[in-house]
Design a protein around this ligand. Sequence first.
Ligand code: QUE
Length: 349
Amino acid sequence: MPAPDAPSVPAPTPPDGLAQEHVLVQSRHGLGEIVLDRPHALNALTPGMVTTITRALRTWADEDAIHTVLIRSALPRAFCAGGDVRLMREWVREGRLDEVMEFFATEYELNELIASYSKPYVALLDGVAMGGGLGLSVHGSHRVVTQHSLLAMPETAIGFFPDVGASHFLPRLAPGWGRYLGLTGARTDAAGALDSGLATHHVPRERLGDLVEALAHEGVSALDAAHTPPAPAHASPTVDPALLRVFGTTPLEELGNVLAHLPNPAAATALTALRAASPASLVITDRLLRQGTGDTLHACLQRELATARAMVPDSDFDEGVRCALVERGTRPRWRDRDVRQAAVKEDVR
Ligand code: QUE
């Protein structure tokens, strides 16, 4: 016999994409906590996860007892790998473009809600944080990295473009960083995240448990107390000022040539990434970053939504996601030969 208040039939396990799946929402001592928990997909965001996070934020905005909101991951490997682009690709192939666009629209709405949130919003970016994962964090007031953080906007590698408000936040990073990160998809560590402005604080992973306790009791003043400078870069080649200058000043069609003449291992890595990326993605990303420089986040997100609608049905997105996530390691065959050819096509669109 089940206990009187227990359901006689166990709740069915909802399939991926239904609300509440993979997100834990809890509050303690005035701290509202959102915990991402989709271990088999590095917390890649499903429509249901976006809905659950949005609902929690809207509820807490009006609750006087909540003084601070925290978003973190239950997994040590990743904060969040991005939107579930594998699922989006499948939906496109099934002719469900309207549902794909509905997902992007609600995700971008969440990005805007985070940017305008009325209370401190703290993201713990421990592990991998890419694409949509940065959309869940960079728009917030406080972004904490650790010695295990790896941050990136890798969408040009899958025939897409840095979205989730990246056309607003990338051009506002320290000079050169936005174009460097957005075009190459380079992963940057804690030091790079702080230098660029993606992150606001560094706290060693071992101290995150204490930090969450302190956030509950003291609010965000606990962040300044817990902050320590990161150790010198170990995970990635150092991004030097010369490389950032090149990215800050060189037209897209000349970037390859200029990078080839820089005696810096990071320049060679950047060049390899540009050569592997979708040429159409590079042209579109470059233009979005230029257009976003003077626009509000809302205007940037609207432009990104229109861009997503055009790019998601394109063969480069299908091919890019296939090679990165479905048949890993195969080399994508892009629509265009190089950025020159892609630029010509984009101009006549
Ligand atoms: C570029 C991207 C993404 C990516 C790889 C790229 C992205 C994304 C994922 C991802 C990773 C692990 C998963 C998953 C998706 O990978 O946005 O479902 O299990 O979500 O090169 O933009």
